[in-house]
Write a protein that binds this ligand. Structure first.
Ligand SMILES: [Zn+2]
Length: 368
């Protein structure tokens, strides 16, 4: 038995270290109510939450691996069962009380197999508590196929290389939901059905290592970037109009694209980069979400520039400045130098230079 299980046995009032991960969610929740140690309670609670995500229906295949103890499905006098004598003898699952032909072990057969000390009537109480429809399922199996008591969750985790990663994905699948309202708003505005959402979300995280830039793009995609209509509601500014042109409502679409001042910045960046031998595939959708599936270095660089230009516009708003062509160039240079300084965190120098290419040299040599 591995050391953490021994630790569990030493600390838990239920000696379930060897079996805990095979119990179902209901049994685990019952154990939590008895467990006094806060740490173990949290461990069991987390595992119960994960087990819930992989809840298995009770059918011919799964009925034998139902735990006998503290199981809400197996009740005696309105309460769940726990018989320490049988438990200590190694009887944990229904499977432990069934013979190779699918019949329940008689009292004498069970005594012979497990060597426990229990009254005949108490043993029968346990068998009686198993619901009849479960017994019908067990009988309908009617064969001596080998069966195991491992839950699907255990099998899944055992077969993957990174258990934490695997558990995280299971939880995410269960609890995550698609923000369809936000996606529909984007679809209507961009008049496009063909938005690759998986890649749009990935672009938030794969374009930069810097957390602030990742967060900015994520908020942008989620349409929760704080602009004047929202700030006005919070009494943090006195107008809903655009901070730059002061003539239209400051929506995401207006502020980052159609506003004449923002639009001027985009077209300047486009032509300035072109003059420096870098072609920016500038479309409204690319400017907002980046190239969906960047593979080549210049595609990664284009995605960096799309995020940085939006960030620059947003930074101007918050410092109450009007965006300028000189300003955006130096903003790009500033972020380039930050990435160069911290390059060892996310990529090699080789990758860094292959992405920034000639543009890196241009930025480094900008006249201050
Ligand atoms: Zn404007």
């Amino acid at each position: 038995m591995s050391s953490w299980k021994l630790l569990f046995i030493d600390n838990s009032m239920f000696e379930l270290g060897a079996y805990i991960f095979n119990l179902n969610q209901q049994s685990l929740q019952s154990i939590i109510s008895y467990e006094k140690n806060i740490f173990w309670r949290e461990v069991i609670d987390s595992w119960a939450a994960l087990s819930e995500c992989c809840g298995e229906e009770i059918n011919e295949q799964t009925v034998l691996k139902q735990p006998l103890w503290l199981n809400k499905g197996i009740k005696r006098h309105m309460g769940s069962l726990f018989c320490k004598n049988l438990y200590d003898a190694g009887i944990v699952f229904i499977n432990d009380l069934v013979d190779a032909n699918g019949a329940f072990l008689s009292y004498h057969d069970a005594m012979e197999k497990y060597d426990f000390n229990l009254e005949f009537s108490n043993y029968n109480d346990v068998l009686d508590a198993i619901p009849n429809d479960w017994k019908i399922l067990i009988l309908s199996r009617g064969n001596n196929e080998p069966h195991d008591t491992q839950t699907n969750l255990i099998k899944l985790i055992r077969n993957c290389t990174k258990a934490c990663n695997c558990s995280y994905k299971i939880m995410i699948e269960k609890y995550s939901s698609i923000p369809s309202e936000k996606q529909n708003t984007w679809k209507c505005y961009l008049e496009s059905e063909d938005l690759q959402w998986d890649n749009i979300y990935k672009n938030c995280f794969r374009t930069f290592e810097e957390v602030k830039l990742r967060q900015f793009q994520y908020f942008f995609v989620q349409r929760i970037t704080a602009l004047n209509p929202y700030l006005f509601k919070c009494h943090l500014c006195d107008t809903v109009l655009c901070s730059f042109c002061n003539s239209e409502r400051e929506t995401i679409e207006h502020f980052f694209w159609t506003c004449p001042l923002s639009s001027h910045i985009w077209s300047f960046v486009d032509s300035w980069l072109r003059a420096n031998n870098f072609y920016l595939p500038l479309t409204r959708t690319n400017a907002f979400f980046g190239i969906p599936n960047p593979v080549l270095p210049h595609e990664f660089l284009a995605n960096k520039i799309f995020i940085l230009c939006k960030c620059y516009l947003y930074a101007c708003k918050h410092s109450s400045q009007i965006p300028t062509t000189i300003g955006v160039k130096f903003y790009l240079r500033h972020k380039y130098l930050i990435e160069k300084t911290s390059v060892h965190f996310g990529m090699s120098f080789q990758q860094f230079y292959s992405i920034w290419g000639e543009l890196g040299t241009v930025l480094e040599n900008l006249d201050l």
